[in-house]
Design a protein around this ligand. Sequence first.
Ligand code: NAI
Length: 354
Amino acid sequence: MNIAFFEVKNEEKEYIIQHLPHKHTALFFTEPFKPELLKDHADIAALSVFVQSHINASDIAALPNLKLITTRSTGFDHLNISELSQNGIALGYVPGYGDNTVAEFAFGLLLAVCRKITKANARIRLDGDFEIHEDYEGFDLLGKTIGIVGTGRIGTHMIRIANGFGMRVLAYDPMPKPELSHEMNFTYTSLDNVLAQSDIVSLHVPYFEQTHHLINKNAFSKMKQGAILINTSRGAVVDTAAMLEALQTRKLGGAGIDVLEGEEYITDERSFILYGKQADQSVKNIAENLVLVDMPNVIVTPHIAFYTKEALYRILDTDMKNIASFAQTGKPACDIMASRRIVSSAPSSGPVAT
Ligand code: NAI
């Protein structure tokens, strides 16, 4: 197969060249997928992409030989699954390459927010200022309540870490795992209870219709005064305008955010301004995100929770398994359509038994 890899760094390119079976040929791009990048490559049979490659049916119209798109990520909301599958494209992804990887980062964000680590470090770098300023005062995690929204692979690891810190753990998931709550000493409750009782709320849900703006104005109003929000899931799980308001009014005491709503526009502002459709919604997202990154008590990182050396190689191994499996059987080893059948059977909302 002729395979085009997008959003590939040098280290990844070398690994792919070493491990991809010789019967396949590879084309590499550092940037996200755009149809014009393949205008001279109509023979491409597979695309391997990452989260900034947003693809729908019209984007692949000029690729008649395309049969497989595999994303090197756990989330696949950047792919228009229904359109692509209706066009006969097989869809692969990478579930569970590093539950610890993302959870460790989410906890790092939490520590940085609640202990003002980046703020203090920035002042030392800027002014050589070693004074202990009043706004460096943090709070202990021992004995605090953390609310985990989504107890899948990453959420579960988050609970493991929180236990190590001596925290009380509450969780919400429409598909709870009662055996896990015994084993790991946490309590399932409704989303409303999680919001009302938690000092910290950490989001670990996939992004799809039911989780769009799951944390909205109404949800913020139910949260504890001064609570901290950590989001390493997907930007649009949170209504950014509502989050800005909650931060402004101090209802939200701080936030650690690795994923922004409309992050694709902020990462490529230049082409957005030059060539983008400039829909009102995207302009609004950019403006909100620019306000967010400047707010005190907010730490924003550029979607890097996945990014460790170990996780990177695990991701590439699964990506290549997807390609190999597709070449042999016509199905990727980790098939998005199979996972979607599981997700779509989940109830969309509503409280669960404690
Ligand atoms: P998972 O599929 O193992 O777990 C997701 C959990 O969310 C499931 O238990 C599911 O029942 C639950 N869920 C579904 N709808 C819900 C709702 N409305 N409320 C509460 N829970 C709900 O997924 P995993 O591996 O834990 O990853 C979670 C998400 O993290 C991914 O979908 C992806 O968007 C994001 N992610 C972000 C990364 C980053 O670099 N920032 C890296 C990897 C994943």
